[in-house]
Structure formats: C-alpha cells, structure tokens
Design a binder for this molecule. Structure first.
Ligand code: SF4
Ligand code: SF4
Length: 180
C-alpha cells in the first residue's frame, strides 16, 4: 500500500476550504499553512482558463526532506506517509532547502519545522484527512497509488519535476485540457 493524494483540478473551485480546515484541525500558527491552493497559469494549456490546484506534502517515495535532516526527524512509513517528528527537530531548516515543493514550514514561535502528516491519526479512527472532509466538490481524495486504476498525471503546470523525489500525489487536469 502506498497512500497518495489525488488532486482533481477539474473539480477544484479555489475556495480554500481545504487549507482552512487543515489549519483549523491542526491548530496551526496563523502564519503556517500545511496545505495551499495555487492558481495554475491561465495560458498553461494554450487557452485562457482559470483553474487551481491544492497542494500539501506529497509524501514522496524519495523524500529529500528526510535525506537532508541531520536529526532523523522524518520517517517514511510502510503505508507511504512521511511524518515529521517535531520532538526531534532542531529547526536547522535543512529540510526546507531540500524539498522542491516548498512544503516544510518554519514556525517562528516554536523555532521548529512542521508539515502535513496526512492526518494519520484521523485515518486510524476511520476518518478522512481534514482537507478531504472539508472539500465541497470532492476535489481531493486519497488512493493506494500502487493499485489505482484511474488515469492521472504526475504533475500540472508549475509543479516541480516529479523525478526528483517521486511524489505520490496524482493530478487530474481541468476538463478543457481533456478535450484537446
Ligand atoms: S476545498 Fe476543494 S474546491 Fe476548495 S480549494 Fe480546496 S480542493 Fe479546491
Ligand atoms: S513534498 Fe517535500 S516535505 Fe513532503 S515528502 Fe516530499 S520532499 Fe518531503
């Protein structure tokens, strides 16, 4: 099993409910966002269209955050989830520099880093991650990436080269692109 988020940009309406729910559930410092909603460049597909993508940690197969951390604060679990253990973090920010997706966030109050952990404790209770639960259009869900049959993409315009860290996130393009 390899957990991965599916980000459906065809369904995303850019309402930011996911990032707000994440912030609220995880009681984040207001300046910290584990999940962010990005605009995709309007002419990315050669035709004016407004669309967005919601991104959090990509729980990469080759997590450069983990490789860069001098205190072994990152763990790649057997189910694919990458967890950051805050109690081991010394706030050196090496993981921030190493992650191509700008994911780990430095908290000026705690002087430590934090990031999305896939709401693993909610999963253990049979619940969905907070971002997924809050999305009004079902634009985010998760799958077992190893056995997922639906056709998806590894990246969208603006997403860094996936070959660097092999993210488990999968994308569905906006409809206007599917018609081409
Ligand atoms: S909650 Fe859903 S629709 Fe709203 S921005 Fe996030 S992914 Fe998009
Ligand atoms: S997206 Fe960044 S922080 Fe998340 S696992 Fe990949 S390298 Fe680490």
């Amino acid at each position: 099993m390899k957990m991965g988020f599916v980000v459906d940009s065809d369904r995303c309406i850019g309402c930011h409910s996911c990032s707000m729910a994440c912030k609220n559930y995880n009681q984040l410092n207001p300046k910290i966002s584990w999940r962010k909603v990005y605009d995709i460049q309007e002419d990315a597909y050669g035709e004016a269209t407004r669309t967005t993508m919601s991104l959090a940690c990509n729980h990469c197969d080759i997590p450069s955050c983990k490789e860069a951390c001098p205190t072994n604060a990152y763990e790649k679990r057997e189910d694919g989830i990458v967890i950051h253990h805050e109690d081991r973090c010394i706030g050196c920010e090496m993981c921030i520099y190493a992650c191509p997706y700008n994911i780990p966030q430095f908290d000026q109050e705690t002087k430590k880093v934090s990031k999305c952990h896939f709401c693993y404790e909610r999963l253990e209770e049979g619940k969905q991650p907070a971002c997924i639960s809050s999305c009004p259009t079902q634009a985010i869900y998760y799958v077992d990436v190893d056995s997922f049959g639906l056709q998806t993409d590894r990246s969208l315009p603006g997403f860094p080269d996936y070959r660097i860290t092999e993210p488990t996130t999968r994308f569905i393009k906006p409809f206007i692109v599917k018609k081409i």
